[in-house]
Design a protein around this ligand. Structure first.
Ligand code: NAD
Length: 413
């Protein structure tokens, strides 16, 4: 996460507000969260002692629907970061037009240091502290970094106990057995694929001649590699935290998956050359897909990027300085709030199924996901073209316009 993520979020907001001539009262209303919950969570540890953890929920804006956003368990998690992430969630939900506001939560903790029992008590403690302020029509949390479907299962159980009734729509990202949705595991990457297809049309890329490099081979990057490869795109390089591999003729992605499963890394895959995580960003390719860390494309390396376009599946991989340089070089950057919004859209489908007591097939989920991603890309591209701004500012303008309209209609500004 960047040094001051909230400052960076507010600078993006300012840029879009200027480009769209946003009324000062609206700008002010979007510069502050509606509510900040900053709580102590006491947990009885296995050795009988009690440890107190810091827990957060920032509810940024709910003009368009219930607050929505993940809960992060991380030793560096702090209120400033959670505020930025909550703001970005409000923008993300608005840019794809799903009926949610934005929120984010977290606990400052290294979950790997806890036993399973301690982790369960901590997760239930977060729900007990937040209970009055969350719920299916109020605020719907989901997993984020180091929070899992199992943690969502504990949380939905605790919420349901407190509410006195089974309330699956209170959390998303649950295991299928307790109300989870088909396709949620790869909806971020699948949504990214639909966006890639639209981008390819604009850039006149033909899949079989389109070279793609993907930084990160986790949940998002590995599924993206698989889906892009299946559709005929030539995935030439992938990487994980240990380093990357490249073959400009293309990788056999299913075989790379097997190699990663067997050895724990993509490295050493037959017929490839090693490449480090910095150099993978500078390959002579068509589409670069950062799918791991934030802040990897910076003012320092933006001039060395040789890709013709960037698809941000990670959150926040490009710094504001890099954005300016890439725009000047006419390299479109499809921003995270659009490119990876298939994830929250998958969550929205889970919530909708839970509220209606139904379970959709994977085909039904994907059939609903595609038009949302295609139409959102189209709206952002047109907005950016009309105002001669980059796609990130275009995406913010689409989102802010929708939030502003809801705020005005509801008489909030
Ligand atoms: P993950 O933990 O499953 O995978 C992260 C990948 O990054 C792993 O392959 C890891 O080895 C790699 N990595 C770690 N350090 C690295 C380094 N220094 N250089 C290169 N690679 C490194 O996480 P994920 O769920 O795939 O999330 C990846 C990104 O996508 C994050 O920015 C996340 O916020 C964003 N995102 C995820 C979802 C989702 O549905 N999972 C939705 C929206 C956005």
């Amino acid at each position: 996460m960047a040094q001051n993520p909230f400052a960076s979020a507010m600078s993006q907001l300012q840029t879009a507000a200027r480009a769209m001539n946003l009324a000062p009262s609206l700008l002010k209303a979007l510069q502050k969260p509606q509510r900040i919950l900053d709580v102590a969570i006491p947990v009885r540890m296995d050795d009988g002692s009690t440890k107190v953890f810091n827990g957060y929920r920032v509810q940024f804006n709910d003009a368009r629907g219930p607050f929505k956003g993940g809960i992060r368990y991380h030793w560096d998690t702090n209120l400033n970061e959670v505020k930025a992430l909550a703001f970005w969630m409000a923008m993300k939900c608005a840019v794809v037009g799903i009926p949610y506001g934005g929120a984010k939560g977290g606990i400052t903790v290294d979950p790997k240091q806890l036993s399973l029992g301690e982790l369960e008590r901590l997760s239930r403690g977060w729900v007990q502290a937040m209970f009055k302020y969350i719920g299916p029509w109020q605020d719907v949390p989901a997993p984020d970094i180091y929070t899992t479907p199992q943690i969502m299962a504990w949380m939905v159980d605790e919420y349901s106990k407190q509410a006195g009734q089974w309330s699956p729509a209170a959390f998303t990202g649950k295991p299928i057995e307790v109300g989870g949705s088909e396709g949620r595991m790869f909806s971020t990457s699948q949504g990214g694929f639909y966006v890639l297809e639209e981008l390819a049309k604009k850039m006149k890329f033909v899949p079989r001649r389109t070279l793609v490099a993907i930084q990160g081979f986790g949940n998002v990057g590995a599924f993206a590699a698989e889906i892009f490869h299946q559709a005929g795109y030539v995935v030439v390089a992938v990487s994980d935290s240990k380093g990357g591999i490249v073959n400009l003729k293309g990788l056999d992605v299913p075989a790379v998956w097997k190699h990663k499963e067997a050895t724990g890394s993509v490295q050493g895959f037959a017929g490839t050359k090693p490449i480090d995580n910095k150099k993978i960003l500078e390959l002579p390719i068509h589409v670069l897909v950062p799918s791991a860390l934030e802040g990897v494309i910076t003012g320092a390396n933006a001039s060395r990027i040789k890709a013709k376009a960037i698809l941000e599946l990670a959150n926040g991989p490009t710094t504001p300085e890099a954005d300016v340089k890439l725009f000047k070089r006419k390299i479109p950057v499809v921003p995270d709030i659009l490119a990876n919004a298939g994830g929250v859209t998958g969550s929205y489908f889970e919530w909708a199924q839970n509220l209606n007591g139904v379970h959709w097939t994977e085909r039904e989920v994907l059939t609903k996901l595609k038009p949302i991603m295609v139409e959102s890309f189209d709206a952002v591209w047109k907005m950016a073209e009309r105002h001669q701004v980059n796609l990130r500012t275009g995406a913010y303008m689409v989102a802010i316009d929708r939030i502003a309209k809801a705020m005005k209609l509801r008489g909030r500004v």
